[in-house]
Design a binder for this molecule. Structure first.
Ligand code: GYE
Length: 307
């Protein structure tokens, strides 16, 4: 092994690296694609990946990270379930000399030296993009456009950012108003349940649904159909992620708009981990560039989408 490594150029050399990854859970299509991407990229690079799933429970995620510290892994990466409450465990990692990468969700800590790099999306911008579609496409004669917001996991970076960006645009457009924000925890099941409740309360007064991810939007679409209305028509539905399921829903005109959030972060994550192991400096933020999709744009993208 040593011999072949010597004949290889520097960039081809495999790095001997153990990476501990603490995943959020199995809440969404985004998450499944993200998990697959990480496992495949580690395999490709010959990285020894210890992959653990926190099942959407912060305490469990902290315990997993502590386990990685005890094992003495080279690098820790995790997708933080919520923004707050990481100081203690990250200080332990720092004291043990283990660098930490944040994957797809950010955290709020006073000391930025507790983590090295964030790889993921600009959630505030995603929220703005979603709101702009509503502003541009719902200039109807109606005085008020009533929106139901289906929020992601309480306290999570994507739920907070997507709400913030959306509200920023709505502030300048007072004819659009959020009737109610309900937490759907990023799942199909809760999205459907929350939308069902909203329809029982507001019925046909609902003009639009803003779902923080596709899974909740697809749940909402089912709830709207079961209520006897036409999603995409009687009630406009917009979402974030733009997974294949959402592209199909766009294509069948049940969904109106989806803002892309790319889960395929495995290759960038492995690169960052290898760079850290080799003592290189890595950028503090690696923000994915992303698109948006209308019903017209969905069909050609479906063929390209792997998830
Ligand atoms: O958009 C959603 C999820 O953290 C960016 O988490 C991620 C979000 C994603 O489960 O579907």
């Amino acid at each position: 092994k040593g011999e072949s490594a010597l004949t290889k150029s520097d960039s081809d050399q495999k790095v001997n690296l153990t990476l501990g990854f603490a995943q959020v859970g199995n809440e969404s299509e985004f998450r499944s694609a993200n998990t697959k991407s990480i496992i495949a990229a580690a395999e490709k690079e010959g990285i020894d990946l210890i992959f653990e799933n926190a099942e959407n429970n912060q305490e469990k995620q902290i315990a997993i990270i502590k386990g990685f510290i005890d094992k003495g892994v080279d690098v820790i990466a995790f997708s933080p379930i919520v923004e707050y409450g990481w100081e203690e465990v990250l200080q332990e990692a720092k004291d043990a000399g283990i660098p930490v990468i944040l994957s797809d969700r950010e955290i709020e800590v006073e000391d930025p030296s507790l983590w090295t790099s964030f790889i993921g999306s600009d959630f505030v911008e995603e929220g703005r993009r979603a709101a702009r579609w509503l502003v541009n496409n719902m200039r109807t004669s109606k005085e008020k456009i009533n929106i139901i917001e289906l929020e992601g996991t309480k306290g999570s970076a994507p739920a907070l950012g997507r709400k913030e960006g959306f509200n920023e645009i709505l502030r300048d457009n007072p004819n659009l108003q959020v009737l109610e924000s309900l937490s759907g925890d990023f799942t199909f099941k809760k999205g459907k349940e929350m939308m069902k409740n909203a329809l029982l309360r507001y019925g046909k007064d609902v003009d639009a649904v803003y779902a923080h991810n596709d899974d909740m939007a697809i749940g909402a679409i089912e709830a709207i159909e079961e209520f006897g209305l036409k999603p995409g028509n009687d009630i406009k539905v917009i979402s974030i992620d733009a997974t294949k399921k959402a592209l199909y829903a766009l294509s069948s005109e049940k969904l109106n708009f989806s803002v892309e959030c790319n889960p395929l972060l495995g290759p960038q994550l492995m690169k960052a981990a290898m760079d850290l192991k080799q003592g290189k400096n890595i950028p503090m933020k690696v923000i994915t560039s992303e698109e948006t999709f209308t019903q017209e744009e969905a069909n050609k993208e479906i063929k390209r989408r792997s998830y």
